[in-house]
Design a protein around this ligand. Structure first.
Ligand code: AMP
Length: 422
C-alpha cells in the first residue's frame, strides 16, 4: 500500500535531546525561553481557537493584503460555513476580547501556537508554522511602545542572538496614511506600465504595499518616491527618535521610513526584526500598533499594539545553552523483575525531583544501553540485574569520568546518596 505523506510545507518536529543542534529541540527550547520572558514581563496567556469564521480575516487584514488574496486556508465545513485556519493570531485575540467583553484596561496577553498560510514553501517559509507573540490591549501610544521594544531587546539578549537589527517606522494615523498613499500614487502613476503585475495590482488596491516589492526595477523607481517622513507629525518623529535613543545602547535599532508591513490594519509604530543570517526570509519578528482593528471587527475603540515572532526562524538564530540538569540513565536488565526495579526509579524521582531519570525502555544488551546513556550525556547509570534484586542492591556506574569504578550500593543507602546529587 502507498505510504501516506505529510502535506507540502508542513513539517514534523521530532526532538532529539542528545543533540544540542537538533532543529526541533532548538524550537522547543526557544519556546520555553520566550514563555519565561513573557511571564517575567507580567503577561497572561491567551489561547484562542485555531479555526475562525473566514470573515474575521477578510475584515481584519483587509482585502488588498496578500494573506487574504492568496494565502488563506479556507474551506466550507459540514454546515456549509466558510471557515479559515488562522494565518495570524491578532484578529482572533481581538475577536475574543470583544466577544468576552474583557476589561481592556488590565490586559497584556501572550500566545504561542500554529498558524497556516498557503504560501510557496521554501527555506524558512512553511504552510504550517509557529508563532509566539504579545498583544497589549487598551493602551494608547506611549509607554506601550517602550515596553514592546524593550521586550524585543530582552528576547534578543536572552536568546543570545547576534547580527540582528530592529527596524522601526511610524505610519501616523489613518489621515497620514491616506495622504501619503495619495502622494505615492501620484508619483507612481506615470511608471505604472513599467511595474510587474503584482505591483500594478498593489497600485490599484494599496499603493503602500509597493514599498515591500521584491522587484528590483520597482525598487529603482521608488528611489525618488515621496517618503512618509514628510507626512508625519512632530510627535510621531519624536516617538521614533525616543525609541532609538532609549534602546540603541542595548540592541541595534534603525529608523526605516520604507517599512510598511503587509497588513492593512497597522497605524502608528510598525517594526520588524531581521537578521542577515536567515537568507531571503530575513524577518523573524514583526508587529505594530493597530488602533482601528477592534472597531473594524464590530467592537468599541480599543487602542492596541502587538508583535508576532516566527519560532522556526528565531530557533535558527538562538543560542541557548541546554539546561544543565543532571541526567541519570536507569537500566533494568531483565523483564522478570521490572515492577520491583521500576519502583526504585519511582522512589528516586520523589527523593530528588531536580534530577532527570531516564528509564531505558527498549530491550537490548547492557553494552548498548550504556552506549546510549553516554550518548545522552548521562552523569551515571543505575543498573539493576538479577543479583541486585536478590541482594537488595543497585550498581552505580559513573559515565562522565573515564575509567572510574562502578560501586554496588545497598538499597537503604541510596536515598541519602541521591539527595546529595546536584
Ligand atoms: P507576520 O504575521 O507576517 O508579520 O509574520 C511574523 C513572523 O512570522 C515573521 O517575521 C516570520 O518570522 C514568521 N512567519 C510568517 N510567515 C511564515 C511562514 N510561512 N513560515 C515560517 N514563518 C513565518
Amino acid at each position: 500500500m502507498d505510504k501516506i505523506q505529510s502535506l507540502k510545507g508542513m513539517i514534523d518536529l521530532i526532538a532529539d535531546r542528545s543533540n544540542p543542534d537538533d532543529f526541533a529541540e532548538s524550537i522547543f527550547r526557544t519556546e520555553d525561553a520566550l514563555k519565561n520572558i513573557f511571564v517575567n514581563f507580567g503577561y497572561s496567556e491567551i489561547r484562542t481557537p485555531t479555526l475562525e469564521d473566514a470573515d474575521l480575516f477578510k475584515r481584519s487584514v483587509g482585502d488588498s493584503s496578500d494573506i487574504v488574496n492568496k494565502e488563506l486556508y479556507s474551506f466550507l465545513d459540514k454546515n456549509e460555513k466558510n471557515i479559515t485556519l488562522r494565518p495570524e493570531n491578532t484578529a482572533g485575540v481581538i475577536r475574543s476580547v470583544i466577544e468576552k467583553k474583557i476589561d481592556v484596561n488590565t490586559h497584556k496577553f501572550w500566545y504561542l501556537g500554529p498558524m497556516w498560510r498557503y504560501e510557496r514553501p521554501q527555506k524558512g517559509r512553511y504552510r504550517q508554522f509557529n508563532q509566539a507573540g504579545i498583544e497589549i490591549i487598551g493602551h494608547p501610544e506611549g509607554v506601550a511602545e517602550l515596553e514592546i521594544i524593550s521586550m524585543i531587546c530582552s528576547i534578543n539578549n536572552a536568546l543570545n542572538i547576534k547580527n540582528s537589527v530592529i527596524k522601526i517606522n511610524h505610519l501616523g494615523n489613518q489621515g497620514t496614511k491616506t495622504n501619503y498613499c495619495n502622494a505615492l500614487l501620484e508619483y507612481l502613476k506615470p511608471f505604472s506600465s513599467q511595474l510587474d503585475q503584482l505591483d500594478q495590482s498593489r497600485l490599484e488596491k494599496n499603493p503602500l504595499r509597493i514599498l515591500d516589492s521584491q522587484n528590483q526595477n520597482t525598487q529603482k523607481i521608488l528611489k525618488d518616491a515621496p517618503t512618509i517622513k514628510d507626512f508625519l507629525s512632530d510627535e510621531s518623529l519624536t516617538m521614533l527618535q525616543v525609541l532609538k535613543d532609549t534602546f540603541s545602547k542595548d540592541c541595534s535599532i534603525q529608523i526605516d521610513y520604507g517599512l510598511v508591513r503587509g497588513l492593512d490594519y497597522y497605524t502608528g509604530l510598525v517594526f520588524e526584526v531581521i537578521s542577515d543570517e536567515l537568507g531571503a526570509q530575513d524577518a523573524y519578528l514583526g508587529g505594530g500598533r493597530y488602533d482601528n482593528l477592534s472597531e473594524q471587527l464590530g467592537g468599541k475603540n480599543i487602542p492596541c499594539i502587538g508583535m508576532a515572532i516566527g519560532i522556526e526562524r528565531l530557533a535558527l538564530l538562538s543560542n541557548i545553552d541546554i539546561e544543565d540538569k543532571t541526567l541519570v540513565s536507569f537500566i533494568i536488565l531483565s523483564s522478570n523483575f521490572e515492577e520491583k526495579a521500576y519502583k526504585i526509579a519511582h522512589d528516586l524521582r520523589t527523593i530528588n525531583p531536580e534530577i532527570i531519570i531516564d528509564v531505558q525502555l527498549a530491550e537490548g544488551s547492557l553494552k548498548s544501553k550504556l552506549r546510549k546513556a553516554s550518548k545522552n550525556n548521562a552523569k551515571f547509570a543505575i543498573i539493576i540485574g538479577e543479583e541486585e534484586i536478590e541482594t537488595n542492591t543497585i550498581i552505580i556506574k559513573p559515565l562522565v569520568e573515564k575509567n572510574s569504578e562502578q560501586t554496588v550500593m545497598d538499597i537503604n543507602e541510596i536515598s541519602s546518596f541521591f539527595e546529595d546529587i546536584t
